[in-house]
Design a protein around this ligand. Structure first.
Ligand code: ADP
Length: 413
């Protein structure tokens, strides 16, 4: 096997990039050889690719073989031309007169081949016609042969583009699978760490509660116990949020739904945030309809939802702000809860993203000690209850409003 020169290797690389050699017959190529044979009344028409040591026919009419050696090839000579090679009578051409395919009485006499060039400009083959009779080949016929050769090239390009896009689709799928695996092990590690960290906190909290109730504590110690209690409570909340987030991701959150009086859930949620509210001297306006509203919900999760929204309103509103919690009956089947504040607001490009996990608006989330998972949990709690949650804000400094719509099962009065 001959070693390929620099330009020959580039030519072969271009040819191999189409992955066309030794592929079966295909109608889109066979139609082009059939057309060439018919239009030019040629007994032989071939789509020929010049490999390292053979010529291989993607489509052929009148030959009956798929490949022949290069020694007797017309096309090898054609590749040296710019665009096309026409041999009107091979017996009168020094390059072919001695060719065994030409010299016999019934040998080949006429050849016309249009070069097929790769996108990189490498000559990789020809669309050619041959005849046993010498004949002229007009400029118009040459143009027509060129057009057909261009069609061969277009088919090759299309096949290569399709293959490349399938390859990149496969690459993407593999990458996706790897990412999913990494996500799953990260989730698992996070769940395990959170669980291990959460376990000792309950007895610590109980001990602190018991200590705090002792009347004999001196003032310094009592203040210290209070601080530790507050910080431990905060830690418990963060870890519980983390545990909930991984439960949600793994689909392990289920609801314990039962009929609840909405008014009671609201007052319990407000109780939970009262201390924080007072600390920042905010005013909270609560509007709940007079009538009794019964919803079918999980009270722990609903408390978590309302207190999360209220906590955010407290945290993201500068001292002495206005916060409102409003319940409205929308129609016979739905109610709407709106939590609004006069706080820092949410930039427009974050409004849709803040319900994602670990998403915080830069320079607002981090400094107040959250993890960016609270709203993610809220969204899931609302969805599990068959509702919808939305955020609204006119931008930074304009306050925020969160609306939750949920189904009602009963309303009296
Ligand atoms: P975090 O623990 O950071 O508060 P959340 O998921 O509850 O996590 O909220 C995500 C981000 O959305 C917050 O970090 C904050 O940037 C923004 N955000 C939430 N609620 C409000 C609000 N009421 N006003 C302004 N920004 C808010």
């Amino acid at each position: 096997m001959a070693e390929a020169s620099g330009s020959e290797s580039a030519r072969l690389a271009a040819l191999y990039s189409y992955d066309i050699l030794d592929t079966p017959f295909e109608p889109q190529f066979d139609e082009l050889t059939a057309l060439a044979s018919e239009v030019f009344a040629a007994p032989i028409a071939v789509i020929n690719f010049i490999d390292r040591d053979r010529q291989w026919f993607k489509s052929e009419i009148g030959l009956g073989v798929r490949e022949t050696p290069l020694e007797t090839s017309f096309c090898v000579h054609a590749l040296l031309e710019e665009d096309m090679m026409v041999v009107a009578d091979a017996q009168n051409d020094d390059r072919f007169a001695g060719n065994p395919l030409v010299s016999s009485a019934t040998g080949l006499r006429f050849y016309a081949g249009a070069i097929i060039r790769s996108r990189e400009g490498e000559p990789i083959g020809t669309l050619c016609i041959l005849d046993y009779q010498p004949r002229p080949f007009t400029t118009a016929q040459q143009r027509a042969l060129r057009t057909l050769a261009n069609q061969v090239m277009a088919q090759l390009e299309q096949k290569r583009a399709l293959r490349e896009s399938e390859l990149s689709k496969r690459d993407l799928a593999r990458l996706n699978e790897k990412l999913n695996q990494r996500d799953a092990s990260r989730e698992q590690a996070m769940a395990m760490i959170s669980h291990e960290m959460r376990n000792p906190l309950s007895p610590i909290m109980m001990t602190l509660d018991a200590l705090g109730m002792k009347p004999s504590l001196d003032e310094d110690v009592s203040r210290g116990v209070d601080t530790i209690r507050r910080q431990t409570k905060h830690l418990i909340r963060l870890i519980d949020d983390l545990l909930d987030t991984s439960r949600i991701t793994t689909g392990k959150v289920s609801l314990q739904k039962r009929p609840l009086q909405l008014r009671q859930v609201v007052s319990r949620s407000v109780e939970m945030i009262q201390e924080e509210l007072d600390k920042k001297s905010h005013r909270l306006h609560i509007t709940v309809p007079e009538q009794e509203l019964i919803i079918c919900a999980d009270d722990v999760r609903l408390n978590q939802l309302f207190s999360n929204l209220l906590n955010n309103a407290i945290r993201y509103t500068p001292e002495a702000g206005q916060i409102s919690f409003e319940v409205q009956v929308l129609d016979d089947t739905r109610l709407q809860v709106t939590v609004s504040d006069s706080g820092i607001g949410i930039p427009r490009d974050y409004i849709d993203r803040i319900f994602g996990s670990f998403v915080q608006v830069p320079k607002t989330g981090g400094h107040v000690g959250g993890l960016g998972v609270g709203l993610h949990l809220c969204k899931h709690i609302v969805h599990l209850h068959g509702g919808e949650i939305n955020a609204l804000s006119d931008g930074q400094g304009s306050g925020s409003r969160f609306t939750v719509t949920m189904p009602i099962i009963d309303k009296a009065g």
